[in-house]
Ligand binder design. Structure first.
Ligand SMILES: C[S@@+](CC[C@H](N)C(=O)[O-])C[C@H]1O[C@@H](n2cnc3c(N)ncnc32)[C@H](O)[C@@H]1O
Length: 329
């Protein structure tokens, strides 16, 4: 099937998504609230359209790591590979889609997502960056849409597979869409994002570790609630191997913005904490909630918009596997 610029609304509720700070800055999450009115009844569900700006800001902060990753994937594919078609599965606002389009100028790069507004944003971004002629979008609700993607030389998917009930099934389908010699790369896992020291002079020290625990719980609920939720040992190289790929391994890049943070990163941290308070605040005790409120107060010098000790540190792991090109591949 060829890519298209489908702007039809996503059919059925989008799967739920976990709060961002535990799973990388670009991994923005939140409760669906009443936006759109259709799927606010799930307890761990996100309105992705509302998250658009935060997703784009987070991914832009990651741009150096994303560019290095694209270059590394190019090496893995080999100079003679002739990359003709690249897929970005669960592409969000298309930051990596455009990085891939820049890194593989001979290819058509297709952003695949279930949220039409994010695909529109991807097209606008591609136009702005001068790669509009090589970027296409494809609206698909996954996992159903996994089987209508056509083939590709490189398939990238960042923080999307964990929003699908059957993660192994998703990897199997994606690996099956690779041409011989093609590469599947999934950004999953890594380390929770940190942005504050242990003792911030407000409330009980160790707030971020407690926030991580709450987010981890939220994430488990999110996964349990997904349609077709299937437990699996999240050994990504082994899963890629079971999907029929070879040379499966992982590689991690850091986002390391030291204190004092610039305005963009501060605004990002503030938005993440705001989302976290809305999504998982009810799992925190009163003292931690009060601390969060101080951190979020734009007027308070102790807030994340002002404090000198706020930093941004995260680690993103990208797991890769290669589709064999030999006999029987
Ligand atoms: C956490 S965001 C990741 C965005 C981007 N890849 C990144 O890493 O910044 C997850 C994306 O997957 C999409 N998504 C989640 N569940 C989906 C589903 N079942 N079908 C299609 N798209 C889905 C959302 O619309 C969202 O854009």
């Amino acid at each position: 099937m060829s890519p298209h610029r489908d702007s039809a609304p996503a059919h059925g509720p989008a799967p739920a998504h976990g709060p961002a700070p535990a799973h990388g800055p670009a991994h923005a999450h939140g409760h669906a609230h009443a936006h759109g009115g259709t799927h606010a009844h799930h307890c761990a569900e996100v309105d992705w359209e509302v998250m658009a700006t935060q997703l784009e800001n987070g991914a832009e902060l990651q741009l150096p790591g994303l560019r290095r990753t694209a270059a590394r994937l190019g090496e893995l594919l080999g100079p003679a590979s002739g990359v003709r078609r690249v897929l970005d599965i669960g592409s969000g606002p298309g930051v990596m889609t455009c990085v891939l389009a820049e890194a593989f100028p001979g290819a058509e790069t297709v952003a695949v997502d279930g949220t039409p507004a994010l695909l529109e944003r991807t097209l606008a971004r591609a136009e702005r960056l001068g790669v509009g002629d090589r970027v296409a979008v494809h609206h698909a609700e996954l996992p159903e849409g996994l089987h209508g993607l056509g083939t590709a030389d490189l398939i990238w998917s960042s923080r999307a597979v964990h929003h699908l009930g059957d993660q192994q099934g998703a990897l199997d389908a994606l690996a099956g869409a690779l041409r011989p010699g093609g590469v599947l790369a999934v950004a999953e896992g890594g380390l929770p994002t940190r942005f504050l020291p242990r003792d911030i002079g407000i409330g009980r020290p160790g707030l971020q570790a407690r926030l991580d625990a709450v987010l981890e719980h939220w994430f488990s609920v999110m996964r349990d609630e997904l349609p077709g939720s299937t437990p699996v040992v999240e050994d990504w190289p082994a899963m890629l191997g079971r999907a029929g790929l070879t040379r499966a391994t992982g590689s991690t890049y850091l986002l390391d913005l030291p204190a004092p943070l610039g305005g963009t990163a501060r605004a990002f941290v503030h938005a993440q904490l705001t989302r976290l308070r809305e999504t998982a605040g009810d799992m925190l005790d009163a003292e931690d909630l009060a601390t969060l409120d101080v951190l979020l107060d734009p007027e308070d010098r102790r807030g994340v918009l002002h404090r000198t000790d706020a930093f941004l540190l995260s680690a993103t792991t990208v797991f890769t596997g290669v589709r064999g090109s030999g006999p029987g591949a």
